[in-house]
Structure formats: C-alpha cells, structure tokens
Design a protein around this ligand. Structure first.
Ligand SMILES: [Zn+2]
Length: 456
C-alpha cells in the first residue's frame, strides 16, 4: 500500500490549525503527526504555505443526470467540484429525469454515474405527492435522506407536497432515522404577492424580491417545526434566506429539536441592493435579500443557528436563464457556483474575521454529518478518507469563464476579484485537480448510507 505524507504549515484539524504532516496509508489517513515525526518509508509531499483543509462536502447539488445532462451532468459537475476543493457531493432528487423518487430511478442514476465521477457522491431520495410506499425501499438502498418541497419547485417531473401529504409520509421518514430536507416556502404569501405584481416590471430585481416575501419562509418553517415536534423526525431546512426565521429556529434548537439549517454562499456574499435589473443570473428561490438580512444570516452562522453552507449549485443552459430578456418571472431560478464557492466564502468570511476552521466546519464537517458520511468524510483525522484541498488563502484571482469548469459558464461571480486559490484537490490520496488539470481517470464512488432499519 502506498505510504504518503502531506506536510504543511497550516493543516486544519479538529483540534485547530497547526503545522503538521498527515500520514496516508493508501486511501485513508493513518495519523496526523508533527513534521519531524514522519517515518522514513513515507513519500513526503510538502505544501509549504498552502493550507490543507478536509475535502469539502456539498450536500446540495443539482447534477441533472440522467434526463437533463445538457444542463450539467456527472462529468462536468464533478470536474467543477474537484476544481472547487470538493470531494463529496450529494445530488438533489429533482431536475433529473426520472426524479429520484423510486428505487428504479435511483438505479438509473447509479448506472449513468458509473465511471464518470471525479469525486465521491450520493443521491438524496425525493418525497413527492404519491411515493409514500417508496420511502423505505429508497432508505434500504442507501440514500442518506430525503428532500421535499412545500411549494411548486418550478420544474415538471417533481411535485410539491401539501401538509396533509407530508403528514402521511412522516411516520415512514421518522422510522428510517434519516433526515428530511425541506424547501421551506409556502405558496400562500407568494401567490398573493405575485398576483399584486401582475402589472409590475419583471425586469426589475425588486419586483422578483417582493414576489417571494420572507413571510413565505417564516410560515413554512413554523409549520415544519410543529411537525418535527409531533412526528419526531430529523428536520433540515435547506437554503435559509429569511433571517426573520432565525429567532424561532434558535428557540427550537435550544429546546433540543432534531433540527439543522443550511444557507448558501449567494445569501451570504450577494445582496439585493447590488443586483442589477435584468441580471437573472442572480435569480434563485428563495431570493437573495437585502444587506441587513445578509448581516443577520452571518450572525446566525456565527452563533451556530445555521450549521452549514452548501452551494445549491443549480445550473441550466443560457437560453433557460433568459439572459437576453432579463425577465425575472420566466427565467430559471438557480445559481451555479460549485467551483467558486470556497474562494467566494473565504473572501467574505476572512473579511468578517472568520478563520479556515470555520470554513472547514461549515463546508465540510457539518454537511458530512447531514449526509451520514461523517465517520469517513469531513475531517482530517485518523481513519478518515484521505480527502483534502490544498488552498492558498492569500492568493487572489479574477473569475473568468475558464475557471468555472461546469458545463455552462454562467455565474454571478464572473469578473469578481476573489481571495483564496484552490491549488489541488485529493480524493482518497490521489490528486483529482492540480494547477488547472484533472489527472487520472474518474474514480469517484457512490456512498451508501446506513439507516435505522438496516441496523436491525
Ligand atoms: Zn436546490
């Protein structure tokens, strides 16, 4: 078995940032030692000043494969992920066709992913109006959890669930012990707001923002918290945008509810005041809100009310983004950022006084725990997979189309000056991205989660 030692002045370990050498035995981390304790039979690789972080984990990605591979696909999504420092992705169950709501659909996904992934991956199962009977089979087949929408997801092939439909499926979800990830917006406040804006100018960002008020998120989160108390399932709120919900989330957590919360780089690093009219590249749901809201989201992250930061990488072809018309009503809602999320976050987080330890917690350890792979991924510690990103925190660059690596080079960050450069990414001991190249054949594997039923 190959013995390697990765040395750096800044290794991000659970105990803190320190000068260390990571000893690798094949695909695993054997030990983390001081640099003068490396045994002679280990091949030493010196990263000097570049920091070594655990490979990032993105538990919220839309790969769109099979069925809409022209929107992204496993090859380009995992290539861009590797370039962004990610070593593990969890694919959302919608935008692909078929949606991942049955065992047959999960098998179809597995067969198209075969041999095409540059990083490890897993697939969330979907909960839709009519698949209550598929939940236990999906859990037994290894999905790490489930995703549902309380509002129409804006694409055919995946239905929203009503409160009544959700109640019907929650006992089965609770029995699996797996988390339920929920898009938390209720249609009522959005339908009412949209109706009142029928004659508004939909090229204006302000119109779109008004059409998706904070109340829609707040009402959904209140409903979910009460269901969580009633049914005792693990609740995860995806892409929180409305800081108005933080107080109730804080209270629920303090009462010990099985609750986790995520937000995304675009809610933390972009604000509505700076989005130009017609800039549909910035359209996502829930929407990017104002500067004060953004400040409170950072506060929520700092306090731990928000656990993790994931990209919600949701690409589409340029025509679907309606860049020519700039119409926020008809444009696809989704932001692509997986290859850029680390420098985007680091630029803003370092400016606000956060450290690489915070980044590793938000973008690696916490999402790994959500996805159930926290005993193998998300930490630089003995027994874990040798997944790393070598990151130059002082490096700077300007984002251009050549650096995004996903299929369609659309991004709100094009032209941005960012701090922090991904030098290399290692998957289970082997480089999958290095100085702009992708060495080796795709070697990513699927991770299958264990669930409560499987432990019997
Ligand atoms: Zn999403």
């Amino acid at each position: 078995m190959e013995l390697q030692a990765f040395r750096s002045r800044r290794v991000v370990t659970p105990e803190g940032l320190r000068q260390a050498a990571i000893l690798l035995e094949g695909e695993k981390i054997q030990a983390v030692v001081s640099p003068d304790q490396v045994p002679k039979n280990f091949n030493m690789r010196d990263f000097g000043d570049a920091a070594i972080l655990p490979g990032l984990v993105d538990s919220h990605v839309h790969i769109n494969d099979p069925g809409r591979a022209e929107w992204e696909g496993f090859e380009t999504a995992t290539r861009a992920a590797a370039a962004g420092g990610y070593t593990f992705l969890v694919d959302m169950p919608l935008n692909c066709l078929p949606a991942t709501t049955t065992l047959a659909a999960l098998e179809a996904k597995r067969s198209v992913a075969q041999g095409r992934c540059r990083v490890d991956w897993a697939a969330w199962g979907g909960v839709v109006e009519d698949n209550q009977d598929d939940i236990e089979a999906l859990a037994a087949a290894g999905v790490p959890g489930f995703k549902c929408f309380l509002i129409h997801p804006g694409i055919h092939g995946f239905t929203m669930v009503t409160e009544q439909q959700l109640r019907a499926v929650l006992p089965a979800i609770a029995r699996t012990g797996l988390p339920l990830l929920v898009h938390a917006e209720l249609p009522g406040p959005i339908d009412a707001a949209t109706e009142s804006l029928a004659n508004a100018d939909w090229r204006r960002y302000e119109t779109y923002l008004q059409s998706r008020p904070e109340e829609a998120e707040l009402a959904a989160i209140r409903l979910l918290l009460s269901l969580c108390r009633e049914y005792n399932f693990r609740l995860h709120i995806v892409h929180l945008s409305a800081s108005a919900a933080l107080q109730e989330l804080r209270t629920a957590r303090s009462l010990g509810l099985a609750l986790t919360v995520e937000t995304c780089p675009h809610y933390l690093c972009l604000t509505s005041e700076t989005i130009n009219d017609g800039a549909t590249v910035c359209k996502c749901a829930p929407p990017i809100r104002g500067r004060e809201n953004c400040k409170r989201l950072w506060q929520g992250l700092c306090e731990g009310v928000i656990d993790l930061v994931v990209t919600d990488h949701s690409p589409c072809p340029p025509a679907v983004k309606k860049l020519d018309e700039g119409n926020f009503r008809t444009a696809w809602g989704g932001i692509s950022s997986i290859s850029l999320a680390l420098p985007v976050m680091w630029t803003e987080a370092s400016h606000r006084g956060f450290t690489l330890l915070d980044i590793a917690r938000w973008m690696s350890e916490a999402p790994a725990r959500l996805a159930g792979c926290h005993l193998r991924k998300g930490r630089i510690a003995p027994g874990f997979d040798a997944d790393f990103v070598a990151f130059d925190p002082e490096g700077e660059f300007v984002v251009n189309e050549e650096r995004v690596y996903y299929r369609h080079p659309l991004s709100p960050y094009l032209g941005a000056e960012l701090r922090g450069v991904v030098r290399a990414t290692y998957l289970r001991g082997k480089p999958v991205f290095q100085d702009g190249e992708f060495p080796g054949q795709p070697a990513g594997r699927e991770f299958r989660a264990a669930h409560l039923g499987s432990a019997k």
